[in-house]
Write a protein that binds this ligand. Structure first.
Ligand SMILES: [Zn+2]
Length: 419
């Protein structure tokens, strides 16, 4: 059936829409005692931020407060953009004391993991992480379900750029046995031939991945630079970036030469390949475990010391060389007295130990990560047009980075989450 819409009816409809949207436009004004701009590493005093609906509308000293505005007084606090974790695993929780954690996680259903993910997502947001890049280990797309539930406002959580299933050579990150090759499924999408790689990229994107994650070098056979170039070509062609898990110098070199957007962990990479990363503008997401977080992996204090030590050494070298870096944690475990968010922010300790200035850490955990995730036009700064992802701390992180562990206020998309 066809409807003839008369001019009068059309104008009535338009009027109705305008009236509804005006009535719903919530204006919030934040009075910021100190406002930090992580990109320039500077701060200003007594700024007024006007938030309308989900976005920042205006900002400046002494702006008039609209009559209908809700005023949030943060004049005694330091205000800055929300934090980023560029390497999360929200739908994966390894519990201490559990034997053979990787295999046991395979006994959990995707549905259970999505529910567990909602807890981790809320805890991340409450700790000030308003955006994450979630890099796999989510069963059969629990991450897509979680992202959609967050986007629809069904559950609270950070904005997610999710990877779907991790694409890897046969076996993934496991050392499976011939009777049970399916044990790596669904955690990994095995892709060894070009046809399998093409299919894996397309399947991921079809099922909601916004970034592609590959594992380069966890087996004796590793992805070549040409393999990676192929995956990157297919991914970039579809408008998604590629994150590469690579531990060794050889794996990192292949990933960089293959054109990935970021190398993850780069645990044992040498200086020559770090220089290559710098020259090509490939971002290091270091997942630089502090000693305490390494202890939560449950392999003893000696292991934790060694594990942390290798990350610390690589972080120092990468910083000295000037490799672009974005904050990413790899927090995939539970620990007594901690939330997923408190664990994730504890990784700043490794940066402090490496002697990296607070100003640079502040930029690495906001501006740099927003660029890597491709969301810097929308998030990662407090300026008009950006989504209102805003946090507050007692001290200025440009001087005292530890203040990021004491976040007193969190707003995401203009909605107050914690106060
Ligand atoms: Zn990881």
């Amino acid at each position: 059936m066809k409807f003839a819409i008369t001019g009068k009816l059309l104008s009535t409809c338009v009027l109705l829409l305008v009236t509804v949207s005006v009535a719903r436009a919530q204006v919030t004004v934040i009075k910021a005692g100190t406002l930090v701009d992580p990109d320039s590493g500077t701060s200003t005093s007594n700024q007024v931020i006007v938030v309308e609906s989900r976005k920042i509308k205006a900002i400046g000293p002494g702006l008039a407060v609209p009559a209908n505005a809700v005023v949030i007084d943060l004049s005694r606090s330091v205000v800055m953009p929300g934090l980023f974790d560029a390497h999360s695993h929200l739908c994966y929780t390894s519990h201490p004391g559990r034997r053979d954690q990787f295999y046991l996680d395979l006994t959990e259903t995707t549905a259970y993991r999505a529910i567990e993910g909602t807890k981790n997502a809320r805890e991340m947001l409450e700790a000030g992480f308003t955006t994450v890049r979630d890099v796999g280990n989510n069963g059969r797309y629990a991450d897509t379900a979680l992202r959609e539930a967050i986007e629809k406002g069904i559950v609270p959580g950070p904005t997610m750029i999710n990877a779907g299933r991790i694409i890897a050579p046969f076996g993934g990150q496991y050392h499976i046995q011939p009777d049970r090759p399916e044990l790596g499924n669904p955690e990994y999408l095995y892709a060894d031939t070009r046809d399998e790689m093409l299919k894996a990229v397309r399947e991921n994107i079809q099922f909601g991945a916004l970034v592609i994650k590959i594992v380069v070098d966890d087996q004796k056979y590793i992805y070549s630079a040409d393999d990676i170039k192929f995956i990157v070509g297919q991914s970039h062609g579809a408008g998604v970036k590629v994150a590469a898990h690579c531990m060794t110098t050889r794996g990192c070199r292949n990933a960089i030469e293959g054109g990935v957007d970021s190398i993850e962990h780069a645990f044992q990479v040498d200086d020559e390949v770090l220089w290559l990363a710098k020259d090509r503008g490939v971002v290091l997401v270091g997942t630089d475990f502090p000693e305490k977080a390494a202890e939560y992996l449950g392999q003893g204090t000696e292991f934790a010391k060694m594990f942390h030590g290798v990350f610390l050494d690589r972080l120092k070298r990468a910083y000295k060389i000037g490799v672009p870096m974005a904050y990413g944690t790899d927090a995939f475990f539970a620990a007594p007295g901690e939330t997923r968010g408190t664990i994730a922010i504890s990784y700043i300790d490794t940066f402090v130990e490496a002697g990296i200035p607070a100003k640079d850490i502040t930029k690495i955990i906001t501006t740099n990560a927003a660029k890597l995730l491709g969301v810097d036009n929308e998030r990662g700064a407090i300026r008009p047009g950006q989504f209102a992802d805003i946090i507050a701390t007692p001290d200025n992180p440009l001087d005292n980075i530890q203040t990021l562990k004491k976040i007193s206020f969190v707003m995401k998309n203009g909605v107050v989450i914690k106060r």
